[in-house]
Design a protein around this ligand. Structure first.
Ligand code: SAM
Length: 301
């Protein structure tokens, strides 16, 4: 059953439809979170997200003396990737892990918490709602032991899907303190660009249903829309296209009118580093995986 998590989301999604862009964050909340949970098990999704083993080995290289044991993860999704990441971290010398999960979606935070709890991977588990695309937050400061550095984790290409990743990275910097670290993983542009290969993880009904769910959740008849994908520069773009003229929420949408509802950028390594620098982070380690499809960036505040 389609539903929204917050009454304000309806207003914002409808406003986005009228303006021609619905931010992707709504495709993770309410009933869309359950669709995301299904999508997150598909091989296409997993290929974009990358491997937790790569993230942890890059982190161990970057911080050989000590990986902080207080982790603030932004965007844990359904928690599956987080569990794999924490399992790998357990192989290092870390003990007594404190974990704070932060997300736009209360529903996904609940999924992630359940999975983390079942595996007993952290000693101290907390969650908080935060929209990193809007403002900075004091919630990390309130939760942390401020005498010790903190590690912010933004895993599985979460940054590449945001409307404005530099703004989000600035909000994260403003929510942490000097000496804190960030580890982020990003999907790269394959050197031998092939549009079919880049778009292939996004083909199929599961992905389309997940991306279109916010429009369904505000009451739009799903039969009037289809999802079209294209590669624009180095970004995968998804647009909902009206297949017939429709009036919805007092607004007229013509046949073939488009609503932008998905972006997934692919980075060049130097571009990824510049993005962190532009947001005030000092990048001191990067690591590419074997097939040059993912990059891990480790930086200091
Ligand atoms: C692509 S999923 C990645 C999930 C997970 N890290 C993984 O690797 O599978 C993106 C995650 O970021 C969260 N997210 C998206 N936009 C956000 C925003 N503006 N503020 C906070 N969290 C956001 C989503 O709810 C979701 O949990």
């Amino acid at each position: 059953v389609p539903y929204l998590e917050d009454a304000l989301h309806r207003e914002r999604i409808i406003h986005g439809m009228q303006a021609g862009t619905v931010p992707l964050k709504y495709a993770y909340a309410g009933s869309a979170a359950h669709m995301h949970d299904v999508l997150a098990h598909t091989s296409g999704y997993l290929s974009v997200v990358g491997a937790a083993t790569h993230e942890v080995s890059a982190l161990a290289m970057a911080l050989p003396d000590k990986i902080p044991n207080q982790l603030a993860e932004i965007g844990p999704g359904n928690g599956t990737h987080t569990c794999a990441f924490l399992e790998c971290l357990r192989q290092t010398d870390l003990s007594h892990l404190r974990y704070l999960g932060l997300d736009f979606s209360a529903t996904l935070l609940a999924h992630a918490c359940r999975r983390l709890g079942e595996r007993n991977l952290v000693q101290d588990l907390a969650t908080a709602l935060w929209d990193i695309e809007e403002f900075h937050t004091k919630q990390i400061l309130r939760w942390r032991y401020s005498s010790e550095p903190l590690l912010v984790c933004v895993l599985g290409h979460t940054l590449g899907n945001l409307e404005d990743p530099v703004h989000a990275l600035r909000n994260i910097a403003l929510s942490t303190q000097a000496g804190d670290f960030i580890v982020a993983s990003l999907a790269l542009m394959p050197p031998d660009l092939d549009e079919t290969a880049v778009l292939s993880p996004y083909r199929g009904a599961t992905f389309a249903a997940a991306v279109l769910e916010p429009l369904r959740a505000v009451g739009l008849d799903e039969g009037v829309l289809s999802l079209e994908l294209r590669l624009a520069e180095r970004a995968v773009v998804g647009e909902a296209v009206f297949n017939r003229a429709t009036t919805f929420a007092g607004c007229y949408f013509s046949r073939r009118q488009r609503i932008h509802c998905f972006t997934s950028r692919r980075y060049l390594p130097q571009e990824a580093v510049q993005m962190f620098s532009a947001a005030g982070w000092d990048v001191f380690h990067t690591a590419m995986d074997e097939d040059a499809t993912h990059l891990v960036v480790v930086a200091r505040q």
